[in-house]
Design a binder for this molecule. Structure first.
Ligand code: PLP
Length: 357
């Protein structure tokens, strides 16, 4: 039992560690989970029963409410190991704030900072051997909350479970992606849930993405639900465009998720005195810039890849090819700087790294 000022976590360590299954040179994303997981339960209006136990399946009733009506939200974040072997989380307090924004929109209970942070810190400290230290590698962390009432009537669940599981992640394949501007299906709409990390947002995006992949694209650029003229996000990443040395990204709102990578990239761009605009950007403006030769860069930002360069934008049957990735000054620089900050090689001016253990 580990007791802090405010919460006590019951710890049951695994008798059969699986760390030997981890091949640091061949890590496939999201398939191998580290030895332990964290759970806390919400009942009678309060979070309790915090525990760390060996990772493994959990029995649940087939009537579990989240399975039917989608009261399910999640976060995605990473832990990094520096040259000295110290483990740090990247901006975890921002993930905590965001999961509570998601909880509120989905009529779920918010989670206190000490439950979220203590669970995270103790779990990652216990499984610190699972944090790879190779180039571009990290431990991916997946906190999530689901409704657990055994009831199939439609109403907010009275009971919930908060889980944290973790999975080693290798260097993300940084092959530039071909993206298709989607003008039929939508991801998010004003008044909807596009700004929160609700599981259903991902479920609904799979079919349109599959159709785009059948046409030879890897990802979709979502457009506004009303007119399909304004660009919103790139798959499950925030979208950024550089035109004429100006960094442009759609503003946070009902349909744009407030990405922590997005905010970090904008912060560094401003530190470097680059011109930054958070405003609507239409497909016409992008095509026009392409014609004039001023469309310099396009990329997605998110925890999994940090920066995913876009090589080609497909729109209404035409492919618009962007300049070679090797010549893209801003996205390459910001990607390297974020890696340096996370691995302790650049000064952490904004206090983004949160040391564990
Ligand atoms: C998680 C997510 C992002 C990226 O957020 P990060 O905090 O940078 O990982 C962007 N868009 C959507 C829709 C997301 O769900």
């Amino acid at each position: 039992m580990v007791t802090t000022d405010t919460i006590s976590i019951k710890v049951q360590k695994t008798a059969t560690p699986r760390i030997k299954e981890l091949d640091y040179n061949h890590i496939t994303f999201g398939k191998l989970f580290s030895d332990h997981m964290f759970l806390a339960d919400y009942a009678n209006g309060a979070w309790g029963d915090a525990q760390i136990l060996p990772y493994g399946p959990i029995l649940m009733s087939p009537a579990t409410s989240a399975l039917h009506y989608g009261q399910a939200i999640f976060e995605g974040m990473k832990a990094y190991k520096n040259d000295k072997g110290e483990v740090s989380l990247f901006r975890p307090l921002d993930n905590h704030k965001r999961i509570n924004i998601s909880a509120e929109r989905m009529a779920m209970p918010t989670i206190p900072e000490e439950v979220f942070m203590e669970g995270l810190k103790q779990l990652v400290a216990l499984d610190k051997d699972w944090v790879p230290d190779t180039d571009g590698a990290s431990l991916y962390i997946r906190p999530f909350i689901v409704g657990t009432d055994e009831f199939i009537g439609v109403k907010p669940s009275d009971n919930y479970r908060f889980y944290i599981i973790t999975s080693p992640a290798g260097k993300y394949y940084n092959e530039p992606v071909k993206v298709l501007v989607e003008t039929n299906y939508i991801r998010a709409v004003e008044g909807g849930v596009g700004y929160v990390k609700a599981s259903g947002n991902y479920g609904r995006s799979l079919f349109p993405t599959k159709l785009a992949q059948q046409r030879g694209y890897q990802q979709i650029i979502w457009t506004d639900a009303r007119n399909h003229r304004y660009l919103e996000e790139s798959g499950t990443m925030n979208l950024m465009i550089v035109i004429d040395d100006v960094l442009i990204t759609p503003p946070i709102g009902d349909t744009i998720l407030a990405g922590i990578t997005r905010d970090s990239v904008l912060t560094l761009a401003r530190d470097w005195k680059m011109k930054v605009q958070e405003r609507k950007i239409s497909i016409d403006e992008v095509i026009d810039a392409h014609k004039r030769g001023t469309l310099e860069e396009a990329f997605g930002t998110g925890t999994a890849a940090t920066i995913a360069h876009i090589s080609t934008i497909g729109f209404e049957g035409k492919d618009y090819v962007l300049p070679q990735v090797s010549g893209r000054i801003f996205s390459n620089r910001v990607s390297q700087e974020l890696e340096n900050i996370r691995k302790g090689k650049s000064e952490d001016k904004h206090n983004w790294m949160y040391k564990v253990g």
